[in-house]
Design a protein around this ligand. Structure first.
Ligand code: SF4
Ligand code: SF4
Length: 368
C-alpha cells in the first residue's frame, strides 16, 4: 500500500477551480495547458478537480489528460452528494466524471463537502459502499473526503469510516481560531486519526494574498507566500491546494515549493501579528467557492460583492471597489445587492455558513 504521507513529495497541488478565463468568460485552454506543462516540468504532480467545478474536469482532459503520460501526474476528483437523485445515481455521476476527464481511474477520489446536511445524502445513496467497490475494481486508488463542519462531526465520521484514507480540510492562519471554520480543531482531529491532510483554501480564496500594505508590513515577502508556508509547514500535510489563475502565480508558487521551507519562529510571529490586524477589520470570510450563486433567484453575484466589500475594508483605494460594483451591475453580471429577497437559499449552500443576507443588507450603501 502507498504511503500517502510520502506520495506527493513536492506538497503543492494545482487546484483546477479558478483557472484563467478568456475575454468571453470561458476557461482559457491555451493558458491552462501552458500552466499545467510548467507545473509538471518542475516535478509537481498533484491536480485537483470536482464534479461541481464547472468545465474543470473537461478542461483537465484537454489540457493535461490528453497531453501528458498517465504516470506523470495524479488527479483527485470529487462526488457531489447534493447533485445526486434517485435518477442521477452515484454510478451515473462517476461514469460521467470518467467520460469528462477521459481517464479510466482516479488516483484520489473524495466525497465532496461533507457537513451535517450532506452526510445524510452520502448515506442515503450509499456512496461510501459504492466508493469502496470502485476501489476494489481499481477505478479509484485512494478514498477520502473534503469537509466543512465542526471537529466533533469530523471525529464521528472518521470513527465510523475507517475506509477514508485521507481528509481535505480548510486550513489557513486566519481560520485557525475562527469559531465558524475551526481550522485548528479539525486539524487536531485529523492528526488524532493519523490521516494525511490535503489543505484547501490556504490563502482563503485570495483574501490573504490581497491585503493592504499597512496590514502586511510585518512580512518581508509576499503575503501569499506566508499563508502557503504556514499551511504547508504543518505536520501530516500531504498537499496544499492552490487555485492558480495566472502563470505568474504558478511561477511564484513553484519557486516557493522548490524546495519548501517552514516558517521560522520570527516569521510565525509576523503571521500572528498580521492575523490580529485582519481580525480588527472584520472582513467577510468568503472563499469565493461560488456554491451560493446558482441558488440565488435574484442572480446576485454574492462572492464578487463580498470581495468588493472586503477590498473596501482592506485596500487603500476606496474608489476601486465602488467602480467595480458599478461595472458589475452595468455589465449585467449581477443583480443589485439591494434586490435580495432574503429567501435564504444561498446560506443553505454556503460551506462557510456565512450570514449572507445580513452582509448584503448594507452592501448597496457601502458600494454606491
Ligand atoms: S437570500 Fe438574497 S442573496 Fe440569498 S439566494 Fe435569496 S435573494 Fe439571493
Ligand atoms: S458566500 Fe459562501 S457559498 Fe458563496 S462564495 Fe462565499 S463562501 Fe462560497
Amino acid at each position: 500500500m502507498d504511503d500517502l504521507f510520502q506520495l506527493n513529495k513536492k506538497r503543492l497541488g494545482f487546484g483546477l477551480m479558478r483557472l484563467p478565463k478568456d475575454g468571453n468568460g470561458k476557461i482559457d485552454l491555451k493558458e491552462t495547458s501552458a500552466m499545467a506543462d510548467r507545473f509538471i516540468e518542475k516535478g509537481f504532480t498533484y491536480f485537483d478537480t470536482a464534479y461541481m467545478y464547472q468545465g474543470s474536469e473537461e478542461i483537465f482532459r484537454e489540457a493535461i489528460g490528453s497531453r501528458h503520460p498517465r504516470d506523470s501526474y495524479t488527479l483527485a476528483s470529487k462526488m457531489a452528494g447534493w447533485a445526486l437523485s434517485d435518477d442521477f445515481t452515484p454510478e451515473k455521476m462517476f461514469e460521467e466524471q470518467l467520460r469528462r476527464t477521459g481517464l479510466d481511474y482516479f488516483d484520489f477520489y473524495l466525497l465532496h463537502n461533507i457537513n451535517k446536511e450532506h452526510v445524510k445524502l452520502y448515506d442515503k445513496y450509499d456512496v461510501w459502499s459504492y466508493c469502496q467497490k470502485l476501489k476494489r475494481d481499481g477505478k479509484i486508488r485512494h478514498l477520502g473526503f473534503s469537509f466543512h463542519d465542526t471537529p466533533e462531526l469530523l471525529d464521528k465520521i472518521l470513527s465510523e469510516h475507517p475506509e477514508a484514507e485521507f481528509v481535505q480540510l480548510q486550513i489557513n492562519y486566519l481560520d485557525w481560531t475562527s469559531p465558524r471554520v475551526q481550522s485548528g480543531g479539525i486539524y487536531e482531529v485529523a492528526r488524532k486519526y493519523n490521516k494525511p491532510i490535503i489543505i484547501m483554501e490556504p490563502v482563503k480564496g485570495g483574501l490573504l494574498s490581497n491585503l493592504q500594505p499597512q496590514i502586511t508590513e510585518p512580512f518581508a515577502n509576499t503575503p501569499a507566500s506566508y499563508a502557503l508556508r504556514f499551511a504547508a509547514g504543518l505536520d501530516g500535510v500531504m498537499a496544499i491546494l492552490s487555485g492558480m489563475s495566472t502563470m505568474q502565480q504558478l511561477e511564484e508558487n513553484v519557486r516557493l515549493f522548490s524546495p519548501f521551507q517552514k516558517l521560522s519562529e520570527d516569521e510565525m510571529k509576523a503571521v500572528q501579528e498580521v492575523k490580529k490586524r485582519i481580525e480588527s477589520l472584520q472582513v467577510i470570510e468568503c472563499t469565493s467557492c461560488r456554491y451560493c450563486t446558482p441558488e440565488c433567484p435574484q442572480k446576485i453575484a454574492i462572492p464578487d460583492i463580498f470581495r468588493m466589500l472586503n477590498d473596501e475594508a482592506v485596500m487603500n483605494n476606496k474608489e476601486k471597489p465602488k467602480n467595480d460594483y458599478k461595472a458589475l451591475i452595468a455589465d449585467g453580471k449581477s443583480g443589485r445587492a439591494s434586490s435580495c429577497i432574503k429567501c435564504g437559499k444561498c446560506e443553505k449552500a454556503c460551506p462557510q455558513k456565512l450570514p449572507i443576507r445580513k452582509y448584503l443588507e448594507n452592501a448597496e450603501d457601502s458600494l454606491m
